[in-house]
Design a binder for this molecule. Structure first.
Ligand code: CAA
Length: 690
């Protein structure tokens, strides 16, 4: 779309209009090529203003094209930008909303840049496993300080246009409409007779760029994402090679990384996180109840974390515990959290005060429920206890109030029937620490109404978390799968591995924390209680006795200073006492302990996740495989560059996953390796999880 602004003849306005985010797909690249060529030829045009429609400059390349090398290279964005930069007439970018990735690179190709105060810019390519492939690594360090260019290209974070670290990027920051300001800017440069000013013609002083780059290399390499080394190499080119050579190498390196498994995984994660909000039955018309006041019942670790998350998101919070001492302790802990935030300069005193004012403590459950739009119970994980609490809340709460349970394993339907409003009961399963972990499983019970579900999802998004809808089953998506993962981790100890070997293998593979360190952090007593319950419910599903032996010795994990490791503060130290216990247990099973290599450790733990994930999918507990991936990425420290367990299995090939499982069937506790019917079928037919 192009317009010549009235009264300002000589300025050609070119607008990128490709909703929703003005990504730079082939059609847009064609339009830009056409319109800039016509601007060059038209003697009436003295300057060009480039803007984006709908309040956004551009969110960059069309990521969906990345799976198709031919689509990317057709009218390559870098070449389009080069042509714009080489125009003989001045070009002004009007940066509104966002200029991300290729969008920022496009603005950098323009000769002048005017931005709205609220605009945000970034080079997020690294988060998608690629690098800025349209001149970003060469032009950005010629516009701003080199160290900041490194930070942006290797970190991908969004920066406000007015941030002083971006000095040099914009010629003008406006409080008003950036398009209008850019047109006025263009009129002025025409009047002043100012011609194009090209970043490609600027030189970069080797000092202090070299030192900044060396520090970045030391900090970021080696890196499991190949794009990281590539982007640092391109930044090095920006210092040492001429602009054209740097640009050519950037394009080559982009082509090399765009097809790597890590890039595919990161792009899968990007789309999976957006897909997750598409839920059958929920449309923009589904009524969402207004929620401002939240009551959190239970002042334990979860209750505190949920309260902080809700306060941070602007809700009024009443934290309830019938035990006054427990409540006092929790309020004290929340206060000390905010004090620390202020001390560490992560929060201003005024903001902390504002949050404190929205927090009330209460020992009166009914009074708190009466005032709340949403109640989240986080009391002891026991069906009877939770049913009683929910019944009391139901009796006191107003007719529209939603009752949410933070249960991690219990039957939400059985909890809902304890109330007179099963349609307004929903699971909201937070992950510890609840103010930090991004995941919330939103559990849709048999009776949960669409409006209740939509409201819970809206609250989760206001909490700036990712809500994944799950059906009712023991453990929902995440913990149901985790059970199989942990089972294998424990069996590995039975057979020959030591805790640090199991954790080490999985951590080197990319898990944020190995399973045994994770259980030490979560508290081994919690798993112990669940296993006790399951032993009654499912006596034919054996567990290794090792975690029970650990618990019997009072080794509940970090909180008791000892678990699978001993602890020096938070530091896990392998403990000979545990090694001896593990060896003794193996001997009691009649095992000659064997050396187990990292590959087997990883395959057994990860394929156990995949196999149960397939059952979760087949049972309709998760809506789609990519939702399972989001659960593991956002809640369990699964490496993003592996895309989540289901994506990873697709990458390995489901046939190969099943073949490995068949091998494990011959070994210890082999009966756990029966492939789920869905996985078996997909492997047979050469299919993938969708
Ligand atoms: N390409 C293709 N689709 C994109 C896209 C892109 N660059 N950016 C967003 N979308 C899609 C989303 O998938 C979503 O689609 P659905 O509605 O079908 O789910 C839709 O646009 C809206 O996106 P969001 O839900 O994320 O909307 P938002 O308002 O919350 O956020 C945004 C908008 C900040 C732009 C965010 O979408 C975003 O961060 N996008 C990615 C930006 C990015 O990484 N750009 C770099 C691309 S790589 C590059 O440019 C390489 C290069 O050098 C050539």
């Amino acid at each position: 779309m192009t317009e010549v602004p009235p009264n300002l003849s000589g300025i050609k306005l070119i607008v990128i209009d490709n909703p929703p985010v003005n990504s730079l797909g082939l059609e847009v690249r064609r339009m830009l090529t056409r319109e800039f060529a016509s601007a060059e030829e038209d003697p009436a045009v003295k300057a060009v203003v480039l803007a984006g429609a709908g309040g956004k400059f551009s969110a960059g390349a069309d990521i969906r094209e990345f799976t198709d090398a031919k689509a990317v290279s057709q009218l390559y964005l870098g070449e389009v930008i080069d042509k714009i930069e080489s125009l003989s007439k001045p070009v002004v970018a009007a940066v509104d909303g966002v200029a991300l990735g290729g969008g920022l690179e496009l603005a950098l190709g323009c000769h002048f840049r005017v931005a709205g105060r609220t605009a945000r810019v970034a080079l997020p390519e690294i988060t998608l496993g690629v690098l800025p492939g349209a001149g970003g690594t060469q032009r950005l360090p010629r516009a701003i300080e080199f160290a900041m260019a490194i930070e942006m290209a290797t970190g991908g974070q969004m920066i406000g246009a007015g941030d002083k670290r971006l000095q040099g990027l914009f010629d003008e920051i406006t409080e008003g409409d950036p398009r209008r300001a850019a047109i006025l800017f263009a009129a002025k440069i025409i009047a002043d007779g100012i011609g194009p000013r090209r970043l490609s013609e600027k030189a970069i002083p080797a000092e202090p760029a070299e030192a900044a780059l060396q520090a970045a290399r030391e900090r970021l390499l080696p890196n499991p994402v190949p794009a990281m080394a590539a982007v640092l190499e391109c930044l090095d080119d920006a210092i040492h090679r001429d602009f054209r050579t740097g640009l050519a190498n950037e394009r080559t390196r982009f082509g090399q990384v765009v097809g790597t498994p890590e890039a595919r995984a990161l792009q899968h994660a990007f789309f999976a996180e957006r897909e997750v909000s598409k839920v059958p039955g929920i449309t923009p018309e589904t009524p969402v109840l207004p929620v401002e006041a939240i009551a959190v019942i239970g002042a334990g670790t979860m209750g505190r974390g949920i309260s902080i998350a809700a306060l941070d998101a602007g809700f009024a919070v009443t934290l309830v515990d019938v035990e006054a001492a427990a409540l006092e302790r929790a309020l004290g802990a929340i206060e000390s959290h905010y004090r620390t935030m202020v001390e560490r300069k992560r929060l201003s005193e005024a903001d902390a005060d504002e949050r404190r004012k929205r927090l009330t403590g209460s020992v009166d459950l009914s009074a708190a429920a009466r005032e709340a739009d949403l109640v989240i119970e986080a009391v002891f994980e026991d069906l009877k206890v939770k049913q009683e609490v929910l019944a009391k809340l139901d009796a006191a709460a107003g007719p529209n109030t939603i009752l949410a349970t933070n249960t991690s394993t219990l039957d939400v339907d059985a909890l809902a029937v304890a109330t007179s409003r099963p349609g307004q009961v929903v699971g909201m399963h937070f992950f510890s620490p609840a103010n930090i972990m991004r995941l919330v499983e939103v559990v849709r019970g048999r009776a949960t109404s669409d409006s209740t579900l939509a409201t819970a999802l809206k609250v989760v998004s206001r909490l700036r978390k990712v809500g994944v809808v799950a059906g009712v089953c023991d453990g929902f998506i995440g913990n149901r799968m985790l059970e199989e993962y942990l089972r294998q981790a424990y069996f590995l100890l039975d057979e020959g591995a030591l805790p640090h070997e199991v954790d080490g293998a999985l951590e080197r593979w990319g898990m944020a924390m190995g399973p045994l360190r994770m259980m030490d952090l979560a508290g081994n007593d919690i798993g112990w209680a669940i296993r006790k319950r399951r032993k009654v419910e499912q006596p034919d599903r054996p567990y290794s006795a090792i975690p029970d032996l650990i618990c019997e010795r009072g080794r509940f994990g970090q909180k008791t200073g000892a678990g699978f490791y001993r602890y020096d503060g938070r530091k896990a130290i392998p403990d000979p006492e545990v090694d001896a216990l593990v060896a003794e247990h193996s001997a009691s099973l009649g095992f000659k302990r064997r050396e187990i290599d990292a590959e087997e450790i990883v395959q057994r733990c990860i394929y156990a996740l995949v196999n149960e994930g397939a059952s979760v999918l087949a049972d309709g507990i998760a809506l789609r495989a990519s939702d399972i991936d989001v659960v593991y990425l956002a809640g369990y420290g699964f490496p993003r560059y592996r895309g989540g367990p289901m994506h990873y299995a697709n990458e390995v090939g489901l046939g190969r996953v099943v073949a490995a499982m068949q091998r494990f069937q011959q070994g210890y506790q082999g009966k756990f390796w029966e492939p789920s019917p869905l996985l078996a079928e997909l492997a047979r037919s050469g299919g993938r999880f969708k």
